[in-house]
Design a protein around this ligand. Sequence first.
Ligand code: TXA
Ligand code: MG
Length: 302
Amino acid sequence: MTDNQCIKRAAGLLREGRLVAFPTETVYGLGADASNATAVRNIFAAKARPVTNPLIIHIADISQLEAYATDISMQARQLAAHFWPGPLTMILRKQAAVLDIVTGGQATVGIRVPRHPLAQALLREFGSGVAAPSANKFMHISPTDANAVRAELGDEVQLVLDGGDCEVGLESTIIDMSGDQPVILRPGMIHAAAIEAVLGMQLGTHSTQRAPGMHLLHYSPRTMTVLMDSNAIQSLLPAASTRVLRQTELGLDPSDYAHNLYRVLRELDNAQFARIIIEDVPHTSEWAAIRDRLTKACARDK
Ligand code: TXA
Ligand code: MG
């Protein structure tokens, strides 16, 4: 099948209420027609995800925004104009018609315009919003290639559109634009400083929104994973050298590192080592989203 035929078939499946996995520039999403409650419910079943954890609605461009969101501030419009299509999700007040199963019964909805060409083509062909979480089982690492989606969800997804490796590799930045002040709920590769530069103001630090689904144990490998500074790793190495079976460089630059992180974690997890040891990354804002995911990958108590 040509790409075009795949897109037509995928849009047709969505219209029939089936699930389709598709690439975005961040991670792969598991999509359903956002206006079909049964289809959306099937996303939660396929992922074994609690229904209290709301989904992001993906749209092709800003012209579809008002179908889902209301009370859209000038600031939200500025962010949309600047960062869409791209890895930014905005939380806005929802239109009455948006289904409770999508928003977890909240008065707000998360919206994003992805820029991956296959996501764009699918959303244009489908013609309206696609509700999609990351295409992994609940609490697992988000998939960044089509094989990882199949490994996670197998038969539970009717079609996986293969768009290769995701460019960004980490989930979108989520910013709450529904309150008095914009507040970041989930850091991503669009940093606070870049958003502040566009808005010409400082972001708030406290959201009135609860941020369901931001559990500490999200994004965890099954293998015991620890974060250590390089000195601690150096002092461990002589004793461990015969037992260190693999060492992997993730990248010196935050965007290379983010691009590789989930793939490498998945590979190391599948290799079933006793332990994954990760060297700490700089404590600067450009590494903030990566540190957030590393901290979550290392959260114990599972
Ligand atoms: O990059 C991404 O954002 C990917 C791709 C597929 O777009 N999607 C993604 O979806 O990461 P998911 O469901 O895995 O994570 C979305 C997060 C959830 O933790 C959810 O709680 C939060 O967004 N969220 C969605 N709607 C919300 C709302 N109305 N209020 C607060 N948080 C919300
Ligand atoms: Mg997710």
